[in-house]
Ligand binder design. Sequence first.
Ligand code: GTP
Ligand code: MG
Length: 311
Amino acid sequence: MAHLRSRVALGLARTRDLLLTDVTDLFSGKTALTDDLLDELEDRLLEADLGVDTVMEIRDHLQNDLRAKKASGPDEVIAAMAEVIERILTPGVPPKEIGADLDGRPHVVLFVGVNGSGKTTTIGKLAHAYRSAGKKVIVAAADTYRAAAVDQLVVWAERAGAECVRSHEGADAASVAWDALDAAIAREMDVLLVDTAGRLHTHRGLMGELEKIKRVLAGRLEGAPHETLLVLDATTGQNALVQGEEFSKSVDVTGLILTKLDGTARGGVIVPLARKLDIPVQMVGVGEDLESLMPFDAHEFTAALLKQETA
Ligand SMILES: Nc1nc2c(ncn2[C@@H]2O[C@H](COP(=O)(O)OP(=O)(O)OP(=O)(O)O)[C@@H](O)[C@H]2O)c(=O)[nH]1
Ligand SMILES: [Mg+2]
């Protein structure tokens, strides 16, 4: 776990710097929590993409609890922030460890999201994680719009030691998904990961294609897809939130993956995401290599975000 914690902490460095530098600057040497100070904190936390509701909650918490205790140093303020943030990030049902208790054989996972959010890369990393847990993995190249997209998935599958089902450019995405599930069943695979082309929620035709893929999978294997994961790019900040809201209206999304946390100071967006969508964050991406996909744990994540010692 130490390794995992340090990878997340490293990945969150830029977001953490933004949050902590501000709080430390503001509260160092202060003896009272004045309204001016709280106003200033509010502005800075909003810039860190934490979202209005959460920032107001943090402010209330500081005002009610800390003021009453006449405490105000940066450590106390950070601890109060951590308390609010961890509560928001803690899902009703904790996310499963990768590889544990899979539903269905094969367990079918469909990946959706806008162009470039990190779907294909995440499939490569997740295939690797399942392989490391001893599972037999097959991936489906149902992004048939670009030949390069298929090639990219093939490379990831090879790296991860997974099998791959592909077709030609322009092939029907749903038939590729069907063929892959057929192959997964015949070859007694544990997991099927289905890659799809990036799309905007506003594109009716492409959203219809996702519905078709889902129907075809369910027709071949009852209960499939067992998970539909929406991949969101953290570097887009509030846009990731809008995408989350819009996508989950048109597709039944069962889990979120937030990628590229390593390249951004906007990782705070995970907080309004968790707050507004009733969908658990399952995993986070903190790099471009095979090992940089982490199962999401609210406590670890909050600690990494605010650099506290974890219990
Ligand atoms: N730094 C960093 N880069 C990432 C991460 N995840 C993905 N990327 C990069 O983001 C870019 C896009 O990733 P893809 O996996 O191709 O995204 P996609 O969603 O499949 O894109 P389309 O197929 O075009 O819709 C690539 O350059 C990846 O290396 C991450 O966690 N951290
Ligand atoms: Mg892709």
